[in-house]
Design a protein around this ligand. Structure first.
Ligand code: SAJ
Length: 406
């Protein structure tokens, strides 16, 4: 039986996917409310295909509990935030989860860490906890790192199809866990050592962060000299070896906006390009805020409460708001002692910020200036409703005349 520890954005789909492929799975989370919701037959976040996967897994016998199970395989998928000052990974959730596993696990067990960690984290923080519990690693207990790779918005497909990395001290153990993942994963599964696996995961997200920063920097250069960044990127991307990403209002989520900082925190004198790239991305919400003021000025608008931000989540068609550019922009506005911007997101049902709307039409009635912060399908399908308004389109999706860009 597999005990999946942590039933968040990664743990839950992973547990469901294994269960739906007839692996015996118990999902554990210390959040009783979350476990109760799952036991009532409801999923805890919106994601394409998740509800269907959930029903299938429940039918195949998956169970959810707050209790750690006594078993031979654990998969730990708890969050790894970063310390905002040191920029280093905060391993406290992983350490706490492994400590709890140690209280119940028998000898011979395998602990798989799926959470993203910086290179060396398992050596420095996880191994000592296991040793302190009296286990000899490699003899009484096996340790594996299997970093997740799925993208919110397409998690179910990517769980099935992405290639995976398994890091283990012992090749045989790595191959055994690779077989477990092969119960559902149709991609290639590479077995390597733990530190290499840690590094690959952080590097993958850093590659994307640096490339997004490049696009954002181009947007700033083009704005400065009145050039069309989208046309420039489109033409450049016709070159066989050029593939530039898209500029945007900032980088959110719990991965691309966080993981590269681990390298900056651990290698401050070496990770220069990464450091600068992360600052560029983090500066984008402020850049958008300045654009809003600039455009208001140009249009002779003075009332910020007639300006509305469309989108609160960190990207399109997900309900995840972690590190979202809209939240960063609102915080920045408050730091400047200004408030009043209106906000709407079809994916966010609860009230989380001031002046938040829950219906597109009423939101649009109350604003003259719309800032497209997130390119949800909903706004793409209702673009005609923006006619006659001032529009700042941070994603280049609006074809109405007179639209402003970042
Ligand atoms: N973004 C841009 N421009 C782009 C692409 C993205 O500004 O051209 C922004 C998005 O709007 C969003 C942020 O970047 O705010 C991150 O979004 P994303 O879709 O690039 O990635 P995530 O954070 O949802 O998921 C990433 C993925 N990593 C890579 O693609 C290398 C995913 O595969 C990982 O599993 C995930 O991080 C994770 O959990 O680590």
């Amino acid at each position: 039986m597999i005990n999946v520890i942590g039933l968040g954005y990664i743990g839950l789909p992973t547990a469901l996917m294994m269960a739906s492929h007839s692996v015996e799975v118990v999902g554990t989370d210390y959040n009783r409310e979350l476990v109760d919701t799952l036991n009532q037959g409801k999923t805890t976040f919106k994601e394409k295909g998740l509800d269907e996967l959930f029903s299938d897994a429940v039918a195949k016998g998956i169970r959810f509990t707050t209790e750690y199970q006594k078993t031979d395989t654990y998969i730990v998928s708890v969050p790894t935030p970063y310390d905002k000052f040191s920029k280093k990974v905060d391993p406290s959730y992983v350490v706490a989860a492994v400590k709890d596993v140690m209280k119940v696990c028998p000898k011979g067990t395998t602990v798989v860490i799926e959470s993203t960690v910086s290179p060396g984290t398992i050596e420095k923080f996880v191994r000592p906890v296991i040793r302190e519990a009296g286990f000899v690693i490699g003899q009484d207990l096996n340790l594996v790192h299997a970093p997740e790779r799925i993208i919110p918005g397409n998690m179910v497909y990517e769980l099935l199809h992405n290639n995976r990395t398994i890091g283990a001290d012992d090749r045989e153990v790595g191959e055994r866990i690779a077989k477990l993942y092969a119960s559902f994963c149709q991609g290639e599964i590479v077995v390597t050592d733990i530190k290499t696996a840690e590094m690959t995961k952080v590097v993958e997200n850093t590659f994307r962060a640096v490339n997004i920063a490049f696009a954002n920097e181009l947007a700033k250069i083009c704005r400065h000299d009145n050039m069309d960044v989208y046309e420039i990127i489109r033409i450049c991307n016709m070159h066989p070896r050029v593939s530039i990403l898209q500029p945007g209002p900032g980088v959110g989520g719990h991965c691309i906006s966080v993981d590269p900082w681990f390298l900056v925190g651990d290698y401050p004198s070496l990770a220069k390009v990464i450091d600068e790239a992360m600052r560029t991305n983090d500066g984008m919400p402020d850049f958008v805020l300045n654009r809003i003021y600039e455009i208001m000025n140009e249009k002779g608008m003075t009332d910020i409460s007639r300006v509305g931000l469309y989108g609160l989540t960190y990207k399109e068609n997900v309900d995840d708001m972690r590190e979202s550019p809209t939240l960063q922009l609102l915080e920045s506005q408050e730091r400047h002692l200004a408030t009043g911007l209106k906000v709407y997101d079809p994916f966010v049902e609860k009230d989380v910020v001031k002046n938040q709307y829950h219906e597109l039409d009423t939101f649009l009635q109350d604003v003259d200036f719309v800032v497209i912060m997130v390119k949800h399908n909903e706004i793409r399908e209702n673009m005609d409703k923006l006619a006659g308004k001032v529009v700042l389109d941070c994603h280049n999706i609006c074809e109405l005349p007179g639209v402003y860009h970042i």
